[in-house]
Ligand binder design. Sequence first.
Ligand code: FE2
Length: 204
Amino acid sequence: MTVEQILTGRDNYSYLIYSEEAKEAALVDPGFSAADSLKRLSELGLDLTYIINTHHHADHTAANDSVKKLFSPQILAHELDAPKIKGGVDSTLQDGQILNIGEIEIKIIHTPGHTRGGICLLVDDKYLLTGDTLFIGDCGRVDLPDGSNREMFNTLARLKELPNDLIVYPGHDYGNKPFDTLGNQKLASKVLLASTLEEFCRIP
Ligand SMILES: [Fe+2]
């Protein structure tokens, strides 16, 4: 089982989750341009089963259609964000749902706060792909039309319950490193250190 982090555009991260045994992959957040992800797929000789969007924003979803034309993946997103994705999706996701790529298990965690239908992906209990919910050292914006301070605070409280040894793979390169353990972030990230909603809202 492999998860590859692929920088696309200025600071977006796409992710390829793949099984070399099954020759199957999922592409998480193609971004504005999926050229580098497509190059990796063909280098590895993988079939693309799914495109999974962590949320509806265009910097994560704009290349869905161009990838769909080359491969025939199912495009998936949470049911609350799916209607806002240009080009639409093939199927919607719900909290707790499990997807499989060969032997790999991907669990969907609904994490509203940045958008109403934002999701994180827990891959084989080892990796947590957090989209724009959790960055290294910060969380996603809550001041956009779909954002909510209260929902983000509750979402972060839920993520804090997950094991410390998970690797956090964020949706943007905004931090001082491209990824980190959740345990380190619980000790270092101002948004995870806030223990009340009031404290969270006071973070600049
Ligand atoms: Fe976003």
